[in-house]
Design a protein around this ligand. Structure first.
Ligand SMILES: *[C@@H]1O[C@H](CO)[C@@H](O)[C@H](O)[C@H]1NC(C)=O
Ligand SMILES: *[C@@H]1O[C@H](CO)[C@@H](O)[C@H](O)[C@H]1NC(C)=O
Ligand SMILES: *[C@@H]1O[C@H](CO)[C@@H](O)[C@H](O)[C@H]1NC(C)=O
Length: 202
């Protein structure tokens, strides 16, 4: 009985995976397909500005469209995060900041670190990007932060572990931290292990 439930769950996941097999860089919004702790999530859109080497993330589609006219290229959806009116009790704000001089958007859940950076006068506060989980729970995945040092530093966020490897090995980024936990664009392997974990807890 348990096995057949797991089998059906896996078959459904395989179908969902083939439906979302387009690369995260396609720019096309994709539907949420992963467990979401029972609270509605919204896409965290990602864009890249090659001239200023800046990765930018927002849940605001109107804002993203405006950035498209300012040298940014859409790179699909980085993760699914919680909107500002989320009822999720354990969610915390993901603060957004921008350093116009080096062209870098920075996101953190750490209010102390945010205040430290704001106090140094380079980054300006841009409010709250959305809500995320400080700990891993109910099918969430790490949102990794990588940094490329230099005059035009770039903070880069992704839930995709292959991308983490590629950015470190090929593009000169350094791994910094798990910035938060969110609903990712999961790999097939992650989906299967999520299903297995969920089944184990039935
Ligand atoms: C990105 O910028 C680099 C350095 O300025 C340049 O060499 C490269 O051609 C640019 N790539 C694209 C896709 O515009
Ligand atoms: C979304 O972005 C647009 C353009 O920047 C802005 O006018 C609008 O107030 C934003 N909406 C929300 C809900 O923040
Ligand atoms: C938050 O940032 C402060 C200042 O950088 C640091 O000392 C502290 O360890 C950080 N807290 C966490 C939970 O990472």
């Amino acid at each position: 009985m348990k096995l057949s439930i797991a089998t059906i769950a896996l078959a459904t996941l395989y179908m969902q995976v083939s439906a979302i097999s387009a690369p995260a860089t396609s720019g096309a919004p994709q539907p949420a397909t992963v467990p979401n702790c029972g609270y509605p999530t919204v896409p965290f859109f990602r864009a890249w500005n090659n001239a200023t080497t800046d990765h930018f993330y927002t849940t605001n589609k109107t804002e993203m469209d405006a950035f498209m006219t300012q040298g940014y290229m859409a790179q699909g959806i980085a993760a699914y995060i919680l909107p500002s009116d989320t009822p999720a009790p354990t969610a915390v704000p993901l603060f957004r900041m921008y350093d116009a001089k080096i062209g870098d958007h920075f996101y953190t859940t750490n209010a102390t670190y945010r205040d430290l950076l704001l106090g140094q006068g380079n980054y300006a506060s841009e409010g709250i990007a959305g809500y995320v989980y400080p700990d891993q729970e109910c099918g969430t995945v790490p949102l990794y932060r990588l940094l490329k040092y230099g005059e035009a530093a770039d903070n880069f966020y992704t839930t995709d572990e292959e991308e983490v490897k590629d950015f470190i090995d090929q593009l000169g980024y350094d791994f910094m931290e798990v910035a938060a936990y969110s609903q990712g664009i999961l790999s097939l392997q992650q989906l299967v292990s999520t299903a297995a974990n969920n089944d184990a807890h039935v």
